[in-house]
Design a protein around this ligand. Sequence first.
Ligand code: GFB
Length: 317
Amino acid sequence: MDTKLSYYVAGHRGMVGSAVVRALQRRGCDRILTATHRELDLTDQAATRAWFAANKPDVAVIAAARVGGIGANSAANATFLYENVMIAANVVEAAFRADVGRLLFLGSSCIYPRLAPQPIPEDALLTGPLEKTNEGYALAKISGLKLCEFYRRDFGVCYHALMPTNLYGTGDNYDVVGGHVLPTMIRKFEVARTTGAPEVALWGTGTPLREFLHVDDLAEACLYALGLDNPPDLMNVGSGREVTIRQLAEMIRTATGCQAEIRWDASKPDGTPRKLCDSSLLRSFGWAPKIDLEEGISRTVAEYRAALASGDIRLGH
Ligand code: GFB
């Protein structure tokens, strides 16, 4: 990737966007453009067009999205579809109008069919029905990646997409109702440890399999993909390692030092049974994850404790 270019990182206050900014800074890139939600509402077409026309970045990385775990998604499919499809459509079109030649769009492995072959190759896209709990989010992300593919094909711009597996790490959201499973478990076990609660209630049966990737590994994958002259339209990004939700809970209980018993609340949804990405395409270009899950969890637990102590932490949406 060219560190002399200007990079717009949409969603720079989120977990993914802030990791991309840190990765760009590590490479010595000093032309990083950002706009807070208050400064620029990406669901507003006129505002998005005006911002791109005024700022004209060379490259745009789209990490802005309404995101959440299974609870937030299943309770608000309308909002997840509307906001994310608006962001994708506005940003891609406004970037094109402003002559942005390169754009990287970030999605999620939930774009693939609920019962896709495992590990999931990129060409499993649109071969079967989606997981219902996050259908709105998935449809918006499919629209976004297809917009990139079609603008590239029709107009010759290099717009492409990465589909990360379940992410965690620095700057995550620790909302126990709407958050993702890994940060939620850290918070639940930490609360139980510090209050001496005898039990922690977790959702579902504990049997689903998930693949987790540290967000700093994803950020490096983004820069890797941006360094390719002719990247594939769509590439998966995962660690290649699956754990059951039950195994994840044990790992986090150990990392936090919590003694509480786990109670599984089967009235809460399991979601998709398994979603392991086939990341061999991106790996064939030379990218590989560096942070293994045990190391990533212990680092994240330490960061959670430090963030809680300083008050610089997201505990809700
Ligand atoms: O991260 P998560 O909420 O989302 O993980 P998905 C859900 C899995 O963890 C389910 C179990 O099997 C849950 O039953 N789980 C156990 C818990 N305890 C908890 C808990 O306390 N909180 C939560 N949240 N889960 C999301 C999609 O799916 O993944 C998004 O909804 C996005 O669209 C994201 O794609 C990456 O992995 O099921």
